[in-house]
Design a protein around this ligand. Sequence first.
Ligand SMILES: *Cc1c(COP(=O)(O)O)cnc(C)c1O
Length: 398
Amino acid sequence: MAKPTTTRPLRPATLLVRGGTQRSSMDETAEALFLTSGFVYDSAEQAEATFNGTVTHWQYSRFGNPTVAMLEDRLAALEGAEACRMTATGMAAIHASMLSHLKTGDRVVASRALFGSCHWIVSTLLPRYGIEGVFVDGPDLAQWEAALSTPTALVLLETPSNPMLQLVDLPAVAELAHKAGAIVVVDNVFATPLLQKPLELGADVVVYSCTKHMDGQGRVLGGAVLGSKKWVEEVLQPFTRNTGPALSPFNAWVILKGLETLHLRVPAMCRSAAEVADFLAARPEVAKALYPMRADHPQQALAKRLMSDGGTLCTFDLAGGKEAAFKFCNALQLIDVSNNLGDSKSMVTHPATTTHMRIGAEERAKLGITDGTIRLSVGLEDVADIIEDLAGALDATH
Ligand SMILES: *Cc1c(COP(=O)(O)O)cnc(C)c1O
């Protein structure tokens, strides 16, 4: 395997197309798919030397695989991280980054507005192992300050959050977290590595579901954890190597090919999302349309400080509650009803009855999710077709 090298630093678009690529002795142009579980050794001596660390040689795809390694190198270069490890799903990435770092007696502080399964890990799984989980309202710095006045091992947050697009003042929270002894883990799925750089804003670890914008075409699941070389090799790697949430080389290859167009897809989706948010905000059926860069978003100034664009999602409230929300979803002709996001196909979700059903009405109220809330992931279709579909479905609500 040979790594093509340049003497100049490369820009994000170039890294997405070429970062991490290694050619085999076949001199292929596209990244090779090494669909192999294991590797062979020239001799027993070489196997011994590989296992005792005196020789570097591929061993087993649970530990590492050349196709997966190309993806790890590409994502690390894009993020500006020293190291990256891929996992089978986004949840495996979150789970591994937390469980590899935590032990009984530790304390975790998290923003309340988390992806449903992340919420379950903090509220239900960690306490089983004697790890305390404390939730705060992400936008309220005073709550972070109070929660982080006690020694803490790990802070987990999502900004912007799913589905209400709430932001967290990451530099301020990171400073409080570090004083409390915590590492800061940021789930950066909604912003993507193109719109927000958590490591530059004070985070220690960045986590992705590659299922979303990186594949972005509805094909495979995947996850990534990025951080310092020391933390990845000494804390994360022993955990993933021995517990086995490895990404399939095939899925890694699909995500590598997805990344080649990420810098074209995400800005196009952002442009459409901003236009769609303006359209929705002007409609009488819509009580409130949330989009981070709009002047009426309560944290627009913070969004501009943290992100270079508003993202591919827009969340809005229909005045008529659940009945109007269901009528709206069922009247869409183009946009799909689906709980995925970040896809080239536009999709709507009714969080109160799907993704955020299990957290209960009380917790939904705290997050501002009502029975009329709709999350819209804006895709790559012509924005005029998206808006016509939304207009027709809004008409159908009355
Ligand atoms: C989808 C998602 C996850 C989980 O990722 P999977 O690949 O589905 O396991 C975690 N966090 C956020 C914000 C997500 O959108």
